[in-house]
Ligand binder design. Structure first.
Ligand SMILES: NC(=O)c1ccc[n+]([C@@H]2O[C@H](COP(=O)([O-])OP(=O)(O)OC[C@H]3O[C@@H](n4cnc5c(N)ncnc54)[C@H](O)[C@@H]3O)[C@@H](O)[C@H]2O)c1
Length: 470
């Protein structure tokens, strides 16, 4: 499928970008490699049998603490994959200015084949192995959800960590993506998908870039195809349809691909899948030949939101989308990227496009460490006098605010408003940081290389300021 392993692919992209920086080669090597790899085997009881589970946690870079990155449950997990994902986390955090180093975890299981009770056993045992080897802790390494895991698993991890570290006051900050009722934060579950939406919306707002693609400026009315209707893909679809007025014409899932020229209603499709277990047979849609056929549909925006290597040498030439937004990590192989760039595609790279999750995880971690509910903090600042002052300034300047802006300005915002506005600003600023890097150096030809340069320079400056110990 690719001449490179996933980690080699990330290294190849790193090397391509590193040429555009003036950092010394030793420093580049230090940034590129993984600092620590923890490979474990542990047993669980399954009926009368014992099953040995293979799992990993990789810390890629400790230039910032703690390290941060999700935990994946998938049959395809291996050391190379977890290393690649951990490295991407380092660059992702740098791109969106979240002060963490990169890490990632993986458990080699197909979660669909285990009962809830068995998954809890596996999750708790995995968390306890991380505790034993100092690979988890609010100031050390903070996991989050990824493919195959969600708030339920994060709650089990927090509870296991707290049980093994009784009395630790910051225990809730050992993991993010928890249920809102269990020290989570509102807006975390949708955060990655919402971030993907902000990313593509911002890309479409640049007239010069849209002209180059032969597209109109703005997201409204653009056609979209999504691969993978899990956490990231479903929220990307719902928010793009509801807030961006995008027409979703195709979806690819595990069980098949469907198409509807005048647009699929994503909410109805998700309800249909929840009831029937499949997207195939959704009323009004056409079923396509293969599971991945929808990827090759004529559309403006393609959102791969499943797993790595989905767009590869085998299908790159058949991809017709003008914009590819990498909601998943590593969905486009280096070989496929060359083909797509030669066709003039705009590829919005994973390390930026799916950074909404880690951005809101950072807000959740801050909330846990401050032991405050965001809404409660604002109430202390709320005052009629402040509202009056805002009114006076608006009157003097002749400006008008909409209801949302007024709510934010008068500290009346609730947690979800704060999370969304913080995420929106982060995604817009990061896009423009990457785009400015791209436009400033004519020898940089694509957004991925620009994003790597943008990230490497920030990480390099951290290492330079910190010096080498001892
Ligand atoms: N969850 C997050 O916050 C987060 C953050 C950043 C990046 N990501 C990345 O996004 C991707 C998806 O993660 P997720 O959390 O949404 O996972 P998920 O488990 O919630 O959903 C993945 C979906 O992809 C589908 N799928 C699997 N193989 C497929 C195939 N061959 N064709 C079509 N569909 C297929 C699955 O059936 C599932 O519905 C991963 O690459 C992950 O690393 C996730």
């Amino acid at each position: 499928m690719s001449n490179y392993s996933f980690f080699e692919g990330v290294e190849k992209n790193f090397d391509k970008a590193a040429k555009h920086t003036d950092l010394p080669s030793g420093l580049l090597e230090q940034i590129k490699g993984c600092n620590a790899v923890f490979r474990m085997n542990f047993p669980i009881k399954r009926g009368n049998d014992i099953e040995v589970i293979e799992a990993y946690r990789v810390q890629h870079s400790n230039h910032r603490s703690p390290t941060k990155g999700g935990i994946r449950y998938s049959q395809g997990v291996n050391q190379d994959e977890v290393m690649a994902l951990a490295a991407l986390m380092t660059y992702k955090c740098a791109v969106v200015d979240v002060p963490f180093g990169g890490a990632k975890g993986g458990v080699k299981i197909n979660a669909r084949e285990y009962s809830e009770e068995e998954l809890e056993k596996i999750t708790r045992r995995y968390a306890s192995e991380l505790v034993r080897k100092n690979f988890i802790g609010p100031g050390m390494d903070v996991p989050a959800p990824d493919y195959g895991t969600g708030p339920r698993e994060m709650a089990w991890i927090m509870d296991t960590y707290a049980a093994l570290n009784s009395g630790e006051i910051d225990a809730a900050g050992c993991v993010t993506g928890k249920p809102v009722s269990q020290n989570g934060i509102q807006g975390r579950t949708e955060a990655t998908g919402r971030g993907v939406y902000y990313a593509v919306r911002e890309a479409c707002n640049h007239e010069e870039d849209m002209n180059a693609l032969g597209l109109t400026t703005g997201l409204k009315g653009k056609t979209m195809v999504i691969q993978g209707l899990g956490n990231v893909g479903s929220f990307t679809g719902k928010i793009s349809q509801d807030e961006g007025d995008v027409k979703i014409i195709g979806v690819a899932e595990y069980e098949g691909s469907i198409y509807k020229e005048d647009g699929l209603d994503i909410h109805a499709l998700l309800d249909f899948r929840a009831k029937t277990g499949s997207i195939v047979g959704f009323p009004g849609s056409t079923t396509l030949e293969h599971r991945s056929s929808a990827l090759e549909l004529e559309c403006d925006i393609l959102v791969p939101a499943a797993l790595e290597n989905q767009i590869n040498e085998g299908n790159a030439a058949d991809i017709k989308a003008k914009i590819i937004v990498e909601a998943a990590n590593g969905p486009v192989t280096p070989e496929a990227e060359e083909v797509l760039l030669a066709k003039g595609c705009l590829i919005i790279p994973d390390m930026y496009a799916n950074a909404g999750g880690v951005t809101v995880s950072y807000f959740e971690w801050l909330k846990n460490l401050s032991h405050m509910r965001f809404g409660r903090m604002q109430k202390r600042f709320e005052s009629n006098r402040y509202e009056l002052l805002v009114d006076l300034v608006l009157k003097m300047t002749g400006k008008e605010l909409n209801a949302g802006e007024r709510k934010l300005l008068t500290f009346g915002a609730d947690e979800v408003d704060l999370v969304r506005s913080g995420l929106e600003e982060t995604m817009i600023n990061a896009y423009n940081g990457i785009r400015n890097t791209w436009k400033a150096k004519p020898e940089i030809k694509d957004l991925r290389t620009a994003a790597f340069v943008y990230a490497i320079e920030k990480i390099g400056s951290d290492y330079t300021a910190l010096g080498i110990w001892p």
